[in-house]
Design a protein around this ligand. Structure first.
Ligand SMILES: Nc1ncnc2c1ncn2[C@@H]1O[C@H](COP(=O)(O)OP(=O)(O)O)[C@@H](O)[C@H]1O
Ligand SMILES: [Mg+2]
Length: 382
């Protein structure tokens, strides 16, 4: 595809990272890799840090933000400029919130050709930022408002998977107020339908935060109370003894699926510690599977992507029950971890697309999607 800006100047890519979410540091790690690998011959990278308080800072790279937060000083951020993105397409770019010390800072705040929101979790991966970017009229990488929101809400995601016939693990959903009103009936209903072990999750979170595996009634009660601290909606699932498979999907209207990978968690399940801290979980690519099982994973991955109205990219995660051989779709991640050793880029690498080529393709897809949306009429013509 011909880039609209080709020949004039390099494509100016705003990379947004950090953010108001439990996955702030994960985002910084992903953005560090992305910024390092965006080809400087093609792109001018404009780093945009969002602090834990939600402040947008132009000119601070991921490492500056990290250092400033670790040392609890604003030292590394002294060169940065607080900016805002107005939800006004006639502005369409970042606006300084104060008088910049150096005039060239304003120039960088100028028109961005595309934004790469490298944010995981709330206020980044859940449709909220995507809504702002739509309002501002800036093309952006990844899923839109609806797809991002559905990818975050484990209940609505499951409802759609069920509606299109994708196999999912049996589950129940409760609201926090229901739990507080009648915990005894809820425990009885879970024991009757799902039994132990069961998995208890806040409906709208990620990185296994607030998730527990309950082996008995006491643990179940504790697990629900914990999940209810994170979210007003709580999912309880039948716990299965399974292998964990992941597949990367890339595209817009005609998405492609990568080879299949397997995660071997270092703990009893793939919790926060085994994801990010102890470094002992293993990734196996390609997963050791009969070809027809791998094909089914890829088929379901694309089906899940289309069912949720996703675009750009998503990682689709599966459980393969050991005893029965039954495959279940667990969830999608619309902005999966994106360091060079993360599953999503590694799956594409194994499928023949390098990290750099993957970034090029994601930016192309963002521009294509934006151009396609521009075709929609927004005014009634009688
Ligand atoms: N029903 C289940 N049976 C077995 N293991 C589960 C189940 N649900 C979740 N897990 C384990 O918990 C991990 C995190 O759950 P997941 O639903 O993927 O939440 P998150 O969005 O936080 O990644 C999974 O990767 C898996 O190890
Ligand atoms: Mg998961």
């Amino acid at each position: 595809m011909q880039h609209p800006q080709q020949g004039r100047h390099k494509l100016r890519v705003g990379v947004i990272f950090g953010g108001r979410s439990g996955e702030h540091e994960v985002s910084i790690a992903s953005a560090t890799s992305i910024i390092e690998h965006l080809d400087p011959n093609k792109y001018e990278v404009v780093p945009i840090a969002i602090t834990q308080e939600g402040r947008w800072l132009l000119g601070a790279g991921p490492q500056h933000l990290l250092a400033a937060e670790r040392e609890q000083t604003s030292g590394g951020l002294s060169e940065s400029l607080a900016v805002t993105l107005p939800g006004d397409p006639t502005v369409g770019h970042l606006v300084p919130l104060s008088q910049p010390e150096r005039p060239e800072q304003v120039a960088t705040a100028g028109q961005l050709d595309v934004i790469f929101p490298v944010l995981h979790g709330t206020y980044g991966e859940d449709g909220t930022l995507q809504g702002l970017l739509e309002m501002a009229g800036v093309p952006y990488v990844g899923c839109g408002v609806l797809g991002s929101a559905l990818g975050m809400d484990k209940e609505k995601m499951k409802m759609i998977f069920q509606a299109v016939g994708l196999p999912i693990v049996d589950y129940l959903v409760y609201r926090r107020h229901e739990w507080e009103r009648d915990p005894v009936s809820i425990v009885a209903a879970i024991e009757a339908r799902l039994g132990y072990p069961s998995f208890v999750k806040p409906a709208n979170l990620g990185s296994s935060v607030g998730i527990s595996k309950a082996h008995n009634r006491a643990e179940l009660e504790q697990a629900i109370a914990l999940a209810a601290e994170y979210d007003g909606k709580i999912i309880v699932e039948r716990g299965i003894d399974c292998r964990e498979l992941e597949c990367a999907v890339l595209g817009n209207d005609e998405p492609l699926a990568s080879v299949v990978g397997e995660i071997i968690p270092s703990n009893e399940f793939y919790d926060y510690r085994s994801k990010y801290i102890d470094n002992r979980s293993q990734i196996v690519i390609p997963a050791d599977l009969p070809p027809e099982s791998a094909e089914l994973v890829r088929h379901y991955a694309v089906k899940a992507f289309l069912a949720l109205d996703l675009s750009g990219l998503a990682r689709v995660d599966f459980f393969l029950e050991k005893a029965s051989g039954q495959l279940y779709v667990n969830e999608v991640n619309t902005m999966p971890g994106f360091t060079t050793i993360s599953m999503y880029p590694k799956l594409w690498q194994a499928s023949g697309l390098s990290y750099e080529q993957l970034l090029d393709r994601l930016i192309e897809l963002a521009l294509e999607r934006h151009a396609d949306r521009q075709r929609n009429r927004t005014r009634l013509q009688l």
